[in-house]
Design a protein around this ligand. Structure first.
Ligand SMILES: Nc1ncnc2c1ncn2[C@@H]1O[C@H](COP(=O)(O)OP(=O)(O)OP(=O)(O)O)[C@@H](O)[C@H]1O
Length: 630
């Protein structure tokens, strides 16, 4: 599994997989999957600073929807007032009842009815607007994140695992709702209720109010300690869930290998261990939450007892009325409850921020472009492609390509051959503009590709990869990916030229047949012909063809060969020829060895030279006469 920046904070606990009997081949796989996360280290001041920054980064998303947040805030002010109204109602109705003031009691009760109706409406609106605010912010975050991921340079994109990216886009974005919704709103609500109640209890009796307030700091301190512990724990949990998702996506995508190599028990064991670990993190969170709630309930109960005890003394001395005591007792819980509630909400707010950390981690990666690439229409080629003195390294240390120069004049076919790892596919990646050379340049029609927009460059190129990559959906949708504006006739012509039309028509819904995830419902040869048809439809002047190595039956092989010949015709083609029979009719054969061009020329010339090409040819000839001579 590919690591990412999060791995830096991971450690491998000693208990991990100690009891697992793993076959040697899979030990590396299992231990890398099994690295757990550090849930225990204490928060540092730099972390708190980072936390503040993360809140600041979320704020624009909140401000963007101020038309929802502003009415919500106003409604919360009204909601806070209704709490005070209840105390006022209790105080005045009790006193009116004690004094037998029936008329006063009547209008107080009428005010109570209005209050109940108002509370209902306010509750409905705050719930609806709260959910709307969360949904809008999550929607924007998801869009921005996906937009950002699509613009990441290949170099940084390949540092993430696809399953982990899915986890960030779904689970982590979903978890953000606390920071922009429930917890944020509850924090504001509790502060408002607490402040209003505080003012009111001070108007009832200052000394009693001040004494009850002494319990506040106790609640705040215990609450914030547990909140921090919970945040660390949740951060670890989210990080680990990303890894579990990566594992799952690989397990499902590679299910054929899992079955063929009888890896079911190994994978099950791995997933069971993961699930246990996730569960242990969740239990730890539950423990923290339980302790926090128990502590804050104790503080709330103590405040209630204290105020009732103190209040009865004040009532007996005639310092306050019974109605005022009732109002005071009901409001003390409004003051202390929010204080303890703030701690809980802060914990949940911080858990949300923990999820946001994994989103900012991606947003921090610089993007290639400020807009998404788009198909720019068909291009023409006048002169051809020139790769001049290109040197390239993935890691900045080992050169994968070394001063490579290749000339592909317009309409010619250039075959690139060489041992595995010689740098053939890397050359294609540079031509597609996925990576930039360390030195040297690639030119198309006397224009350096550095001066071209990436989508302009790619609109010149049709790429047929070695693995047939199709997407879930219909055949039509897959073919039109090559050129979205192609007509029905053009699509059918491309499919016919690729020897695919006949088998497509034999399918139940012909071009509208669903081909399943990655084209799983088609045969290997059918998938290949579809990728050729897709490239044909694109009708780009430059063809980058990475020849498939998988063997097919003679008839399918012939179909694919014919399709490729039609595809190559009239285009400037660079083909990675794994079978030297493909290279035989090339205008020029380039022989790469350890990233360097060691020979170039025509088939017969290179054979006569008796160098690397003739060595490779002999090897293949000995290994399989049929392939080399076909
Ligand atoms: N994304 C990558 N990051 C780091 N190194 C890479 C990456 N891709 C390829 N390499 C390394 O670059 C070298 C050249 O790889 P490349 O895929 O270009 O070889 P190739 O000639 O196409 O091989 P094959 O015929 O087996 O496909 C290899 O040593 C490979 O390990």
């Amino acid at each position: 599994m590919i690591g990412n920046r999060d791995d830096q904070t991971m450690r491998r606990p000693s208990r991990e997989h100690s009891s697992v009997t793993v076959r040697p081949n899979f030990r590396g796989l299992m231990t890398s999957f099994g690295s757990k996360v550090n849930a225990e280290c204490p928060p540092s001041s730099t972390e708190l600073h980072a936390m503040r920054l993360r809140i600041l980064r979320l704020l624009p998303y909140v401000f963007r929807h101020w038309t929802v947040y502003l009415p919500l805030f106003c409604l919360m002010v009204v909601e806070a007032f209704t709490g005070i109204f209840f105390a006022w109602f209790l105080r005045n109705s009790t006193e009116a009842a004690i004094r037998h003031e029936t008329a006063t009691l009547g209008w107080i009760l009428a005010a109570g009815v209005v209050f109940v109706a108002l509370t209902g409406s306010v509750n409905y609106l705050t719930t609806f607007l709260g959910a709307k605010a969360i949904s809008l912010v999550k929607r924007d975050l998801k869009k921005d994140l996906f937009h950002h991921i699509l613009r990441l340079p290949t170099e940084s994109y390949t540092n993430y695992h696809s399953g982990d990216l899915v986890s960030r886009l779904t689970h982590d974005v979903g978890s953000i709702s606390g920071a922009v919704g429930e917890s944020l709103l509850n924090l504001i609500r509790l502060v408002l209720i607490s402040s209003f109640s505080l003012v009111y209890i001070f108007t009832i009796n200052r000394v009693m109010a001040a004494l009850c307030l002494l319990l506040g700091p106790v609640a705040i301190v215990t609450g914030s300690i547990f909140s921090k512990l919970m945040r660390k724990n949740t951060s670890s949990l989210y990080q680990y869930l990303g890894k579990v998702n990566s594992f799952l996506s690989e397990a499902f995508a590679g299910h054929l290998i899992v079955r063929a190599f009888t890896l079911e028990s190994v994978f099950a064991k791995r997933f069971f261990d993961d699930s246990d670990y996730v569960s242990s993190l969740e239990l730890k969170s539950a423990q923290y939450m339980g302790t926090l709630r128990a502590g804050s309930s104790a503080v709330g109960a103590a405040a209630l007892l204290f105020s009732v005890g103190l209040g009865t003394i004040y009532v007996s001395k005639g310092a306050i009325t019974v109605g005022s005591l009732m109002a005071f007792v009901s409001l003390v819980s409004q003051v202390v409850q929010p204080i303890r509630g703030v701690s809980g909400q802060l914990g949940s707010f911080q858990r949300s921020l923990a999820a946001s950390e994994r989103l900012w981690n991606i947003f921090e990666q610089p993007v290639e472009l400020d807009r998404l690439h788009e198909y720019r229409g068909m291009k023409r080629l006048q002169e051809g492609v020139v790769i001049r003195g290109v040197t390239f390294s993935y890691d900045g240390v080992v050169s994968v390509l070394n001063n490579v120069t290749i000339h592909a004049p317009v309409g010619q076919k250039i075959a690139i051959v060489g041992q595995s790892g010689a740098g053939k596919s890397t050359l294609f990646k540079l031509l597609l503009g996925l990576y930039k050379p360390v030195s040297g340049q690639v030119w198309i029609d006397s224009r350096s590709i550095d001066q071209m927009a990436v989508d302009e460059l790619r609109s010149h190129i049709a790429y047929v990869p070695q693995e047939t990559i199709l997407f879930g959906g219909t055949i039509r949708e897959n073919l039109l990916l090559g050129r979205p504006d192609a007509s029905e006739v053009e699509m059918i012509t491309a499919a016919t030229d690729a020897n695919a039309h006949d088998f497509i028509m034999a399918l139940p819904k012909s071009y509208d047949t669903e081909i399943g995830e990655l084209g799983v419902r088609l045969s290997g040869g059918q998938r290949q012909r579809l990728t050729i048809a897709r490239a044909m439809l694109r009708n780009a002047p430059i063809l980058l063809l990475d020849e498939a190595t998988s063997a097919m039956d003679a008839e399918t092989e012939l179909f694919v060969k014919e399709a490729l010949e039609r595809l190559v015709h009239g285009r400037t083609t660079l083909v990675i020829a794994h079978r030297l029979s493909t290279a035989r009719d090339a205008d020029t054969i380039i022989v790469l060895k350890q990233g360097q061009v060691v020979e170039q020329g025509k088939h017969d010339e290179l054979l006569a030279q008796g160098g690397e090409y003739s060595r490779l040819y002999r090897l293949q000839f000995q290994d399989g006469t049929s392939l080399a001579t076909r």
